[in-house]
Design a binder for this molecule. Structure first.
Ligand code: XMP
Length: 326
């Protein structure tokens, strides 16, 4: 019979057998899959595992702390955090084109991650064992999709922690390759991972970098982080997290509109709310969410976030709109 307990037991044994006394590394993205994969491997081989987290500065409010503090506290994993925020900002300076942003973020991510890997390999540890394995959070649907040749058009250049080049001389450990997403969440819960990580909705690898329409700057990221945090807080408080597949919050940094606040004219930016309902993100519909929740989010964002004087709702299905704006 399928129980999370059985899955964990089986995988722990399989991982121990595969890795033996060697060492392994694992990239953490803040997402569910890499977190659960890492937690399973940690349970199996403990200090033989080292995790790497690249802080690209494009995460939402509190997400980096979730990995650095809560995930580490829950698992006891050894974590190497690379603060690459300035590097990403420099690389993105002056760039507004969505595809170009995606390529830059993907490229920089791989460079930083590979450098961290190389450092871990070179430094060694007290055991003297070589680092031979790379842990990946590949799920069953990922395997079916990539091998099954479903012919899905590649509309946007996606990037994941898993999207690494092929010239690495690591062997792969993929403890989730027989599982579906909901099963991964159950396993994560059983392993004691924080609720915020286990129940996290989909979030794109390039992060907030593709939710700022226009150039990505530190100020704009901070502003969007505030608006996004308010929207998430209110959606959670309204009990809508399960009903809504995800709700991108987008900053139209290149657009300004006139407003009035207090006794003065404002000339600020709009924030777009993009709540969608979906089964698999291939198609989606905009979520008919309660007006009073929309009203609360709008009031709070315009009151609390500087330079934002308008909140608009995206009422486009996918197709023709994609879920993300870039
Ligand atoms: P779109 O915008 O294509 O998004 O309708 C479909 C789903 O994919 C997510 N998304 C990404 N996920 N790396 C990811 O891991 C990416 O580069 C990426 N781009 C979009 C998006 O949030 C939605 O769930």
């Amino acid at each position: 019979t399928w129980t999370t307990g059985n899955v964990i037991e089986e995988q722990v044994e399989a991982i121990r057998e595969q890795v033996g006394t060697k060492r392994a590394i694992c990239g953490l993205s803040g997402g569910v899959d890499s977190a659960v994969a890492a937690a399973l491997v940690q349970k199996a081989i403990g200090s033989q595992l080292t995790c790497v987290y690249v802080d690209h500065g494009l995460m939402r409010k509190g997400e980096t702390e979730q990995v650095e503090k809560d995930f580490v506290a829950a698992t006891g994993v050894q974590l190497k955090v690379v603060d690459a925020q300035q590097r990403f900002l420099d690389a993105l300076a002056g760039v507004s084109d969505p595809e170009e942003k995606r390529k830059i973020i993907g490229r920089e991510f791989i460079r930083v991650f590979e450098q961290a890997q190389a450092e871990i390999v070179a430094e060694g540890d007290a055991s003297g064992e070589p680092v031979e394995f790379l842990v990946q959070g590949t799920l069953y649907p990922d395997i079916v999709e990539s091998g099954g040749g479903t012919g899905t058009a590649n509309i946007k250049s996606h990037h994941n922690v898993g999207g690494l080049p092929e010239d690495l001389e690591f062997r792969l450990v993929e403890p989730l390759r027989q599982l579906f997403k909901d099963e991964v969440r159950m396993v994560g819960q059983e392993l004691g991972l924080p609720e915020e990580i286990v129940q996290r909705q989909p979030f794109p690898g390039p992060g907030l970098g593709i939710r700022i329409v226009g150039e990505v700057t530190k100020e704009r990221l901070d502003l969007l982080r505030e608006a996004d945090a308010i929207a998430r807080e209110e959606l959670t408080a309204a009990g809508l997290d399960r009903e809504i597949w995800q709700c991108p919050v987008v900053l139209l940094a290149d657009v300004r509109s006139v407003g009035v606040q207090g006794d003065g004219r404002t000339y600020g930016h709009p924030i777009v709310l993009r709540p969608v309902s979906s089964e698999d993100a291939m198609t989606a519909d905009w979520t008919r969410m309660p007006y009073d929740v929309l009203a609360r989010i709008s009031t709070r964002i315009t009151n609390e976030v500087r330079d934002v004087n308008r909140v608009v709702l995206d009422v486009t299905s996918k197709p023709p709109g994609t879920i993300e704006w870039e």
